[in-house]
Design a protein. Structure first.
Length: 260
């Protein structure tokens, strides 16, 4: 009698474990269906973005930009805004952000700031504002403000590129992307030209620092302007051409630069 009871208990335990395992498998399958796997085509841009981020904020480029050359600082800013931000956006599937978007008020704010006009305006205003001498000099004098400056460049650039890569306005979305990328290129080029052709040093803090590398502060400023104007403009032009191609061939929105 007791032996039969023990056999029954063991059988019941095996059945319970089997049922529990089936429930876990079912739940895991549901999660897998709702959260598609991240494809290599998405992972690679994300990993490249992390590598560029590490390079730009550490080592010799960090030391040059923080202590010696405005031109090196310009390279650092361009890497954050025109390389790290778009690559990270391309490598981040939309479903990964769903938990964040479920927070109260976040979804409506995200919808607004990633529309073409707000994203364009916020990014370009932030770039121009941080290059005003009072703000720039404050950032260079105080490390905490400098960190905020970098976060502003990266964060607003991420909004700008998100609006382009994950556009949700139908085929006209790519037409808008071409317009706003081209306009942003003009804005960036104008700032670069201001630095390149300016006859006065805008940031005197570099006056005694750049001499160690064989250039005076004005020459360093002109080089920074050329970097912002030419390489930066070429990146924007490339993005505009890709958006134009997607618009012409009718590529579905949300797939520009990403297949996830």
């Amino acid at each position: 009698m007791k032996a039969g009871g023990r056999e029954h208990d063991r059988a019941g335990g095996r059945e319970d474990r089997k049922t529990g395992g089936q429930e876990l498998l079912t739940a895991d399958s549901a999660v897998s269906r709702s959260s598609p796997p991240v494809l290599p085509s998405s992972r690679h841009p994300f990993y490249i973005a992390l590598a560029i981020l590490f390079f730009s904020l550490n080592g010799w480029l960090h030391d040059l930009s923080d202590s010696f050359l405005f031109s090196a600082h310009m390279v650092q800013h361009l890497l954050l805004a025109l390389a790290v931000a778009p690559l990270m956006i391309m490598g981040t599937p939309g479903w990964m952000l769903r938990p964040l978007l479920e927070l109260r008020g976040v979804r409506s704010l995200a919808r607004w700031v990633t529309r073409p006009i707000p994203a364009f305006a916020i990014f370009n205003i932030v770039v121009a504002a941080w290059h005003l001498p009072p703000l720039y000099n404050t950032a260079m004098a105080h490390h905490s403000v400098h960190i905020v400056q970098h976060l502003c460049f990266f964060g607003t650039a991420a909004l700008f590129w998100w609006a382009i890569v994950h556009g949700r306005y139908g085929r006209i979305g790519y037409g808008v992307a071409v317009l706003f990328v081209f306009t942003t290129a003009l804005h960036s080029g104008a700032l670069g030209a201001l630095f390149t052709f300016g006859s006065q040093v805008m940031y005197p803090l570099y006056a005694d620092r750049s001499v160690a590398f064989g250039v005076n502060a004005l020459e360093d400023q002109q080089l920074a302007g050329l970097i912002m104007w030419v390489p930066g403009g070429l990146i924007y032009a490339g993005a505009a051409l890709l958006a134009a191609r997607a618009w012409i061939i009718g590529e579905p929105t949300g797939t520009f630069g990403s297949r996830q």
